[in-house]
Design a protein around this ligand. Structure first.
Ligand code: IPM
Ligand code: MG
Length: 374
């Protein structure tokens, strides 16, 4: 029996994780697995029901689970409560509490570029990037201060967020990126701001040493985040594996999602060091947020969550064939024109979250999407 902790969270989180669960249940039926899903609260959902964004019971469940599937956290409803109790703190505390330091975000141009994409098909062609974002360090977790400033404008304040990285933190994340690159085109692009930031200068030195000493077969290039953010749109197909620190990774992956047609299609895996018994801890979530404006409308794209379930199968459960089956099913469904409004062309039909999810489950079971033709 495999235990999967299910943390739907806020906004569109419950709708999209429901479809990911349906896909996993279709896989369980097809391949004879026993997946047990246990739901727990996180984010605003947990604040409303229990009073804190990451209840102890949720953290305990996640610690004992074989893998964790999460929807999204946050929304305007909780914007006015004290920072330490906001929904996002639940997600950050979960990542940190389980030491999930490596956030893997694959970005692939769709086989047939969406005509709705703002990027030209010839620019997109061949784009296949894996972002490796450091997830438990940097400015997200440094000291934060908000203090009054004497002698300046009445009521004036000063805010600060400090960023730090250690050699060990950088070494660990660069190793993850290099191992992924070894199974791909063997190239790692390390993104920093070494012309300004001390953390970036250490990052650059450590990345250089790790690749030189441990991965002689991997080619490393260093890029500054400002010009890289331009090149990722101008020349996306020239990148293979991109490794970067927490905040740059947050920003760059939203930018790069445009290459995939919609942020709604992108999955992610957050991984720690494997346990002593070889078990790979992992938290799987779509990279889109809670999208409160479309919550409960049954229009959110479930593909990011469903593809996150595929990563869960592959990376935490070692079920490669099952993962590929989910990915093929998604490709079939999207290729049939079965898409939510974020991917639909003007004049073409758009389908509901639940319809797309059902079509994926059917494609998993039958290998096609009988009756779901455009
Ligand atoms: C993400 C999100 C989170 C982050 C938020 C919700 C805290 O934007 O997973 O990319 O900034 O890491
Ligand atoms: Mg983000």
């Amino acid at each position: 029996m495999t235990m999967i902790a299910l943390l739907p969270g806020d906004g569109v989180g419950p709708e999209v994780t429901k479809q990911a669960r349906i896909a996993l249940e279709a896989i369980a039926r097809k391949y004879g697995h026993d997946f047990q899903f246990i739901k727990a609260a996180i984010g605003g959902d947990a604040i409303d029901s229990i009073g804190v964004p990451l209840p102890d019971a949720t953290l305990d469940l996640c610690r004992s689970a074989d893998a964790i599937m999460l929807g999204a956290v946050g929304g305007p409803k909780w914007e006015h409560i004290p920072v330490a109790l906001r929904p996002e703190q639940g997600l950050l505390a979960l990542r940190r509490g389980l030491k999930l330091f490596a956030n893997i975000r694959p970005v692939k141009a769709p086989a047939i570029p969406w005509p709705s994409s703002p990027i030209k098909p010839e620019v997109l062609a061949g784009t296949d990037i894996v972002f490796v974002r450091e997830l438990t360090g940097g400015i997200y977790f440094g000291e934060k201060k908000l203090e009054p400033v004497a002698g300046c404008t009445k009521g004036g304040e000063r805010a600060s967020d400090s960023a730090s990285y250690t050699t060990d933190e950088i070494t660990s994340i660069v190793r993850v990126a290099a191992r992924i690159a070894q199974k791909r085109r063997g190239m790692v692009t390390s993104v920093d701001k070494a012309n300004v930031l001390e953390t970036s200068r250490l990052w650059r030195r450590v990345a250089t040493a790790v690749i030189r000493d441990e991965f002689p077969d991997v080619q490393l290039e260093h890029r500054l985040v400002d010009s890289f953010s331009m090149d990722i749109i101008l020349r996306p197909s020239t990148f293979d594996v991109v490794v970067t620190e927490n905040m740059f990774g947050d920003i760059l992956t939203d930018e790069a999602s445009v290459l995939a047609g919609s942020i709604g299609t992108l999955p992610s895996a957050s991984l720690g060091h494997p346990d002593a018994d070889g078990r790979q801890r992992g938290l799987y979530e779509p990279i889109h947020g809670s999208a409160p404006s479309i919550a409960e409308c049954d229009v959110a794209n479930p593909v990011g969550a469903i593809l996150s379930a595929a990563l869960l199968l592959r990376l935490s459960l070692g079920m490669n064939e099952e993962a590929a089956c989910v990915e093929d099913a998604v490709a079939t469904v999207l290729g049939t024109g079965y898409v939510t409004p974020d991917l639909a062309l003007a004049g073409e039909p758009a389908f509901h979250t639940s319809d797309v999810g059902r079509a994926v489950a059917r494609a998993i079971s039958d290998g096609d999407v009988n009756g779901f033709a455009r």
